[in-house]
Design a protein around this ligand. Structure first.
Ligand code: NAD
Ligand code: DAU
Length: 339
């Protein structure tokens, strides 16, 4: 039996992890430390809130006292908490530095002091920068770090801190760098949630730039299964890459696919808008090393994952409508200057 401290468990991927782990690991206990920022939502956890093996603590990972107190009673830390949206990092970077860098620093420091058995850090492929469009190149464990947005720079810093604490203080850690996730419960500011909900609302779908940018889409449950495989492998001070697709799919192509699956015509629903500053052109992950070592591979095809995701947003308007209303200020700021 393990006592697991999850940070950011009320967000998109963290809540998927909490629900999945409690269902698949009946011996383990989870404490979820989450500050409930705009992206944290306890509605994501209603299915587990009365589970005696689940505990929620509202708090900030930058708060030394709370973090130290919780770590006294923890075997494993799974660290999801972050500011995660690139466009917000371009508009207001400070919170990204605070949570992603200083928050991670606070956690690794407390993990060493409290002799945590395994610290798992959830990170992103964006730390590697941008690949050339049309090339066959993929991100590997040898790819140098070249973050290009405040978000990815803050995540790169957090990865470096975790590794440095491994080298200097012997922190028993693992890191996963994962590509773009999609699925249920994703805040409707990210591409797929925004697209599906805009279509339900009868609004246009904004595509940045020429729409040729490529992302490597992974269904969120496959990401969680990847983290599970790493946790079961143990605190080996290794990094694992997780990704989804084996061939490039552009934003225009995947958005058109969503529009068609929703019974509409891409020519009528898409609006090209001004590009994101410093927009990374292409991501592609070589996850063959993870497959060879852990036996992990994605299990949900893009089409199947899109169908499930669309169905979920269609059936859960009560979940996303208030979030879109609360985020109206951000949407106005982000999309105003793109018109
Ligand atoms: P999210 O924005 O949906 O959720 C983040 C969660 O962290 C929220 O519940 C929020 O309340 C909480 N949080 C934020 N600041 C906090 C703080 N200071 N203290 C405590 N809690 C805080 O994010 P997500 O998409 O679920 O991403 C989770 C992690 O996975 C992040 O570290 C992100 O960098 C990484 N990641 C995300 C993706 C993706 O496609 N979404 C891909 C690869 C890696
Ligand atoms: O690669 C992993 C990363 O994926 C995670 O680390 C981040 O937390 C997560 O937000 C995501 O970052 P992206 O910037 O790739 O995701 P986003 O959904 O914001 O955008 C996906 C692509 O779609 C990107 O090329 C920008 C484009 N886009 C996005 C929005 C919001 C549009 O064309 N229009 C939009 O309105």
């Amino acid at each position: 039996m393990s006592k697991i401290l999850v940070t950011g468990g009320a967000g998109f991927i963290g809540s998927e992890f909490v629900r999945y782990w409690l269902a698949h690991h009946p011996e383990d206990e989870i404490t979820n430390l989450d500050a409930l920022t705009y992206a944290g939502n306890l509605a994501n956890l209603v299915s587990v809130e009365s589970n005696p093996r689940y505990h929620f603590v509202k708090g900030d990972i930058c708060d030394r006292q709370i973090v130290n107190e919780l770590m006294k009673n923890t075997d494993i830390v799974v660290h999801f908490a972050a500011e995660s949206h690139v466009d917000r990092s371009i508009l207001e970077p400070e919170a990204f530095l605070q949570t992603n860098v200083l928050g991670t620093f606070n956690l690794v420091q407390a993990a060493v002091e409290n002799k945590i058995k395994h610290f798992h850090h959830v990170s992103t492929d964006e730390v590697f920068g941008s690949l050339e469009l049309g090339s066959a190149e993929k991100f590997t464990l040898e790819t140098p770090y070249e973050p290009r947005s405040p978000y990815s720079a803050s995540k790169a810093s957090s990865d470096h801190l975790v590794r440095a604490y491994g080298e200097t203080y012997g922190l028993p850690y693992t890191i996963t760098n994962c590509s773009n996730n999609y699925g249920s419960h994703q805040f409707p500011e990210k591409l797929f949630g925004l697209t599906i909900t805009n279509l339900i609302e009868g609004k246009k779908v904004p595509i940045y730039g020429d729409g040729k940018n490529v992302r490597d889409w992974l269904f969120v449950t496959d990401h969680v299964r990847g983290i599970e495989a790493v946790l079961q492998h143990g605190p080996t001070q290794e990094t694992f890459l997780l990704g989804g697709l084996t061939k490039d799919v552009s934003n225009y192509e995947v958005i058109s696919q969503i529009i068609r699956l929703m019974g509409k015509n891409p020519d009528e629903e898409i609006e090209f808008v001004r590009d994101r500053a410093g927009h990374d052109r292409r991501y592609a992950i070589d996850w063959s090393g993870t497959q060879a070592k852990l036996g992990w591979q994605p299990s949900v095809t893009l089409e199947e994952g899109l169908r499930q995701t669309i169905d979920w947003y269609v059936e859960n308007e009560d979940w996303w409508r208030p979030l879109k209303e609360q985020a109206a200020g951000f949407f106005a700021q982000n999309y105003r200057k793109r018109a």
